[in-house]
Ligand binder design. Structure first.
Ligand code: GDP
Ligand code: MG
Length: 162
């Protein structure tokens, strides 16, 4: 959005990334944030947050019929999470690749889950699965005024000028 020099055909997306309570408890916050920073995406929102049950249920409403849903809600509300909004061209799919498969045993080495987790029910991080859900989830987890629409000075070194 703040990349005026970017080729017009490239769509800037937003994704909601969340370090789950196990990631916070295990001291993986810096490691996980670092992977998105180093990739070159732009951080636009960041907070440590204790998630109310209702918000967890709304976030995961598509999974409410699953047998693991109650466990999922108690997992996500079991301690503070780190809520993040990241922006960039292709950020939604790229973040999913950086995160790796839902089951950490199937996640490739080099991915966050592949390197740092072993169980689906303790897979340390969430990432939106579509640009539409990126927008929906950021609106769900952040209030107005909590997001920073800034222009990193390194932009021209990450994004080719038209
Ligand atoms: P994601 O998009 O890769 O996070 O996966 P999903 O959207 O399918 O599921 C959301 C979250 O629910 C996962 O990240 C897991 O924390 C949890 N989950 C999904 N499937 C299972 C399961 O079979 N068992 C348990 N315990 N948790 C699951
Ligand atoms: Mg999902």
């Amino acid at each position: 959005i703040f990349l005026p020099h970017l080729a017009a055909s490239l769509e800037v997306e937003e994704t909601y990334i969340m370090i789950k309570p196990d990631g916070v408890q295990r001291g993986l916050v810096g490691e996980i944030i670092s992977r998105f920073e180093k990739k070159g995406f732009k951080l636009t929102g960041l907070k440590l947050f204790e998630c109310p049950k209702e918000l967890a249920e709304e976030h995961y409403k598509d999974l409410q019929s699953k047998s693991f849903f109650p466990n999922l809600i108690s997992y996500i509300t079991s301690g503070p999470v780190v809520c993040m909004a990241w922006e960039g061209v292709g950020v939604v799919e790229s973040a999913r690749k950086l995160i790796g498969a839902t089951n950490p045993l199937n996640a490739m080495p080099g991915t966050i889950r592949g390197d740092l987790a072993v169980q689906t029910g303790r897979n340390v991080v969430h990432g939106s699965d579509s640009p539409e859900n990126g927008i929906r989830e950021i609106a769900l987890w952040f209030k107005e005024g909590e997001l920073c629409k800034w222009a990193p000075t390194i932009d021209p070194w990450l994004n080719e000028i038209n």
